[in-house]
Design a protein around this ligand. Sequence first.
Ligand SMILES: Cc1cc2nc3c(=O)[nH]c(=O)nc-3n(C[C@H](O)[C@H](O)[C@H](O)COP(=O)(O)O)c2cc1C
Length: 318
Amino acid sequence: MRPKKVLVVYYSQTGQLTSVVKSISQAIASESIQVTHEALRPRTDYPFPWPTLEFLDVFPESVYLDPPPLKPLQVDVNASFDLIIVGYTVWYLSPSLPITAFLKSPEGKQLLANKPVITVIACRNMWLMAQEKVKGLLARAGARLLDNIALVDAGPSLATFITTPRWMLTGKKGGPGGMLPPAGVAEEDIKRAARFGRAIKLALQQDLEQQGQPLLKGLKAVEVNTNLIASEKIGQRSFAMWGKLLRKIGRAGDPKRKPVLILYMIFLIVAIVTVVPLNMLIKTVLSPLTRNRLRRQKDFFERPSGSQSQRMQEFMHD
Ligand SMILES: Cc1cc2nc3c(=O)[nH]c(=O)nc-3n(C[C@H](O)[C@H](O)[C@H](O)COP(=O)(O)O)c2cc1C
């Protein structure tokens, strides 16, 4: 039997997403399964830590899926893979720009056409709108999405609202003054992501990837926080408006965007500290009335893999 081939495509700045995809891919690689990694390389890479204005300046293009050029891929684009894992982080409720670039590129589309795909997200905690966009881009590339895995920062939303930007803008991951939990996905959650790799390995050995059904049900691949659904939708609408205005003013990097970006940052902070808690309060008060609708939304956004955990024990250890 010929060995199966898995391609893992990702872009990570701090190495957090790299650790997540490696935790998964190391558990897949075996005698019968070859794993190839493709770390995307923008022609001009993004800085880390981010200067504040550059951090803000990527928002309009991220939201409008307007990608930068990438350096040529290292993988042979004529190769045919049995499964492609697309690992991405979220930038402004959208896939990070290098991933958008890959999904839209002729090379990416060639690799993805008619192939089963598993998406792997590692972000702060808001990934629903990004995954809807990725679903659209994958469909346009002719790929079949089998599963989605989302790892998030487990800290309280208000704490991560401080610790994540602090990490991005200063490079400091530890909680400020030891008062807040450190930013990022917990090490333990990254290690435990190996369960997905073990389940994928078994599924590939049984040719299950060809059937178009999820491979990772019962492994708690995602868990939607219903408190954040409305905030994501509102955020998405506001990003679209401000993004449109900024794109009219100038292209990415144009100094003419600066004053509006600063205004936008102030607006964003005020909006987040008011809208998000207000939304959560309204949600709690109205919860008896909205319970069914929220359950339906949770179910929708958790597709295809779901948040059930009945098979976790089976795959927790080698
Ligand atoms: C420009 C930018 C925007 C971000 N926007 C979001 C967001 O909308 N939602 C979210 O959950 N995380 C967001 N993050 C956090 C990233 O998804 C990710 O967790 C972080 O960049 C670390 O990933 P990496 O070092 O593996 O690339 C953002 C990060 C950056 C740099």
